[in-house]
Design a protein. Structure first.
Length: 308
């Protein structure tokens, strides 16, 4: 019998975890054609998440867990789960039940009977999400698809049902700064998209603030595109051209009208503007250098303190 590993990254999910296990078991128990196992990844939680995992593992032999030495982030937790998974198929799900377990049979049929390598999910609405956050999220997907030339679906979730061949391809990409949504698109493979309506968390609070999502989006842009560097080069060339035109204009004006000392406020503003522009471009270059620096150091993506 084929085996499926369900990976569940967790950070401070002591309230949601039992509810997730109970609801998922209702669906999994009906899929008798597969042998399931749970692999919970504790991403350095500060509550009783690890204790709940231990309790579930003591009651059900299908339950396994990995606990980090500290918080390494969801990307590291997903990579650890993929590395430790032993199933012929691998599923990634969130513990808050925003990923509907009842979609699992449809996802399995897509990869087993319809010939797809992966069944992925996307939200068709953002009900309950702040308007500004939703607008920025949609803009991010449009920008990423143009910058990185990846097929990233608006509203895409990490909730995926994958064949082992795709999992192995993802694991071959051992970069330190990971952006899984981009990695899923970069490795390719035939993917079926399954739509569902947005759901609220079953318990607990979201760990993603607007600022953390903004930083995550920058990580994705830098990780999968050199377009910001190209834009910085074009901006620099453009302003060099503008400066040359202004220099010629000022030279001709001085020859015709003399050179009275006027316009120093506008000159101060221009100096400030160009200084800010230089710092902005330097910041873009610095982001790429920082990513290269962290990759060169070769530090592990995560450190396991305990597992079962």
């Amino acid at each position: 019998m084929e085996k499926c590993t369900i990976i569940v990254p967790c950070y401070n999910e002591e309230e949601a975890l039992p509810l997730f296990y109970e609801e998922t078991e209702k669906t999994v128990s009906t899929m008798t054609e597969l042998e399931f196992e749970y692999l919970f990844v504790d991403d350095g939680s500060r509550d009783r998440t690890l204790e709940v995992m231990r309790e579930l593992a003591s009651k059900d032999e299908k339950v396994h867990y990995v606990s980090f030495s500290r918080n390494f982030g969801k990307e590291a937790a997903m990579f650890a789960g993929l590395s430790e998974a032993t199933g012929d198929y691998v599923v990634i799900m969130d513990a808050d039940l925003q990923d509907p377990p009842e979609l699992l049979p449809e996802m399995y049929r897509a990869v087993k009977e319809e010939g797809y390598d992966c069944a992925a999910t996307r939200r068709i609405d953002r009900k309950g999400e702040p308007i500004i956050r939703s607008a920025f999220a949609r803009a991010f997907y449009r920008i990423m698809n143009k910058m990185a030339k990846l097929n990233m679906m608006d509203g895409a979730r990490d909730y995926r049902f994958m064949k082992r061949v795709m999992v192995d391809a993802i694991l071959s990409m051992k970069e330190y700064h990971r952006f899984s949504k981009g990695i899923f698109g970069w490795v390719g493979f035939q993917t079926k998209w399954i739509d569902f309506e947005n759901r609220e968390r079953v318990a607990g609070k979201t760990k993603w603030s607007f600022f953390s999502l903004f930083r995550y989006s920058l990580e994705g842009m830098v990780a999968f595109s050199t377009a910001p560097l190209e834009w910085a080069s074009f901006v620099g060339l453009f302003f060099c051209f503008v400066a040359l035109v202004l220099l010629i204009f000022l030279f001709i004006r001085a020859l015709i009208f003399g050179d009275p000392v006027i316009g120093w406020p506008s000159l101060a503003c221009m100096i400030t503007f160009f200084a800010g522009l230089q710092l902005f471009v330097s910041g873009i270059i610095g982001m790429y250098l920082a990513k290269a620096y962290n990759e060169i150091k070769g530090r592990p993506i995560y450190i396991i303190r305990e597992k079962k």
